[in-house]
Write a protein that binds this ligand. Structure first.
Ligand code: FNR
Length: 344
C-alpha cells in the first residue's frame, strides 16, 4: 500500500499489516485476554448518536481547533499517546513521531520504553527545539533510580511527566504470547497516593496520572493536587473488560462534573475518527490521545505520521461543522444522545 491510498486512520493499520512482520504487527495490535476492552474502545463511539444542529454559522470552525495543554499551545485538541517500541514500524522509530507531531503542531508523549534513547528523541526536535514533549514513565520502587530518571527528563526538556498507573502487573496478553512477543510492562503495586507525594517532591514538572478508570480515582487525583489526569484503559492492553475512556468520562459527567473544571482531563483509547474526538470533548475532555493509528502510520516514516495528523484534524473540523458546532471550545454534552442504545 502507498501513502497516497490512505484516506482514514484505520487504513494505516491495513497498510501496517502488509508492511510489518507478524510479531511486530501483533505487538501493536494486541489487547488483553479476550480483547473485549480493545473492541469496546472502538465500538463504544457508535453506541451514542450525535445530535446535529443545523442552520448554524460554522465558517470559523477551523480557527477554533487550537488549544492549550497545561498551558502549551497546540494546533488541535488531540495528541500522540505514549506507545513503546516505535522502532518495530520504522528504523526512524520515535524520531518520526517527534517530526510528525512537529509538522502538525500537536503534542507527542514519548514512552519510557522507546526504541530510541531519550537523547535521540530530544535531538529529533532539531530546528524546532521549542517543540513541547511530555515523557511517560513506569517507575520502580527505587527512589534513587526515580530521582535520576526525573533529572534526565528535566534535562531533556520535557514539560510534564505522564505516570502510567494502570499497570500494577503485567497485561494478560494472549495474542502476543501466541506469537512469542514480549508483553511485559513494569509491575509496581507499591504505587499509592502517599508515594505520589514523595514523587512530586522529586521534580518541578507536573506529574499526570495516566490510566484513571473510575470517578472515585479521578476525585482522589484532584484531592491529591494533580494538575491533569488521563482517562485510559491502556488501549485495552492491561485488564480486560475495563471501561473505555468515553464511559469513564460519562461517569464523571454524571457523578462529579466539577472535576472537568478542577483539572485538565485527557482521554484515549479507540479514537479513530473526528466524531470520536468530538464525543469526548463534548463531555469536557480537553484533549484526546491516539495510540495505535500513529504507531501504524509510522510504517511510512514521519510523512505517514504527518498525514495521520492532517487526516484527523480535517475530520475534526468537518465533523464539527456538520454537527453544527460553531466554536469547538463551546461543544457540550447536548450534541450527543447519551441514552446508550443499539435499538434503532
Ligand atoms: C501502548 N500504551 C502504552 N501506554 C503507556 O503508558 N506506556 C507505554 O509504554 C505504552 N506502550 C504501548 C505500546 C503499544 C504498541 C500500544 C498500542 C499502546 C497505551 C497507549 O498509551 C494508549 O493508552 C493506547 O494506545 C490508546 O488506545 P489506541 O488509540 O491505541 O486505541
Amino acid at each position: 500500500p502507498a501513502l497516497e491510498s490512505i484516506v482514514g486512520l484505520p487504513d494505516f493499520e491495513w497498510a501496517a499489516r502488509h508492511k510489518m512482520n507478524t510479531s511486530a504487527y501483533t505487538y501493536y495490535r494486541n489487547g488483553a485476554a479476550g480483547e473485549w476492552s480493545y473492541r469496546n474502545n472502538l465500538e463504544v463511539f457508535q453506541r451514542f448518536r450525535l445530535r446535529p444542529r443545523v442552520m448554524v454559522d460554522i465558517t470559523k470552525i477551523e480557527s477554533t481547533l487550537p488549544t492549550t495543554i497545561l498551558g502549551h499551545n497546540f494546533s488541535a485538541p488531540f495528541f500522540i499517546s505514549p506507545c513503546a517500541r516505535a522502532g518495530y514500524a520504522h528504523e526512524g522509530g520515535e524520531e518520526n513521531l517527534v517530526k510528525g507531531a512537529a509538522a502538525g503542531n500537536i503534542l507527542y508523549m514519548a514512552s519510557l520504553y522507546s526504541s530510541k534513547t531519550m537523547d535521540e528523541i530530544t535531538a529529533a526536535k532539531g530546528n524546532n527545539s521549542a517543540q513541547v514533549l511530555f515523557q511517560q514513565v513506569y517507575l520502580t520502587d527505587n527512589d534513587t533510580e526515580t530521582q535520576a530518571l526525573f533529572s534526565r527528563i528535566e534535562k531533556a526538556g520535557s514539560k510534564a511527566i505522564v505516570m502510567t498507573v494502570d499497570s500494577a502487573a503485567d497485561g494478560n496478553r494472549h495474542r502476543a504470547a501466541r506469537y512469542g512477543v514480549g508483553s511485559a510492562d513494569s509491575s509496581y503495586s507499591y504505587l499509592t497516593w502517599d508515594y505520589y507525594h514523595k514523587l512530586s517532591k522529586m521534580t518541578s514538572l507536573p506529574i499526570i496520572p495516566k490510566g484513571i478508570q473510575t470517578v472515585e480515582d479521578a476525585r482522589l487525583a484532584v484531592q491529591n493536587g494533580v494538575k491533569a489526569i488521563m482517562l485510559s484503559n491502556h488501549g485495552g492492553r492491561q485488564l480486560d473488560t475495563t471501561p473505555s475512556s468515553l464511559e469513564v468520562a460519562l461517569e464523571i459527567h454524571n457523578r462529579d462534573p466539577d472535576i472537568f473544571k478542577q483539572v485538565e482531563v485527557y482521554a484515549d483509547g479507540g479514537v479513530r475518527y473526528g466524531a470520536d474526538v468530538l464525543k469526548l470533548l463534548s463531555l469536557g475532555v480537553r484533549a484526546v490521545g491516539v495510540g495505535r493509528p500513529f504507531m501504524f502510520s509510522n510504517v511510512f516514516g514521519a510523512e505517514g505520521v504527518e498525514k495521520a495528523v492532517k487526516i484527523l484534524k480535517h475530520e475534526v473540523a468537518i465533523d464539527a461543522a456538520n454537527l453544527g458546532v460553531a466554536d469547538l471550545k463551546k461543544i457540550g454534552p447536548n450534541y450527543v444522545d447519551w441514552r446508550s442504545t443499539n435499538a434503532w
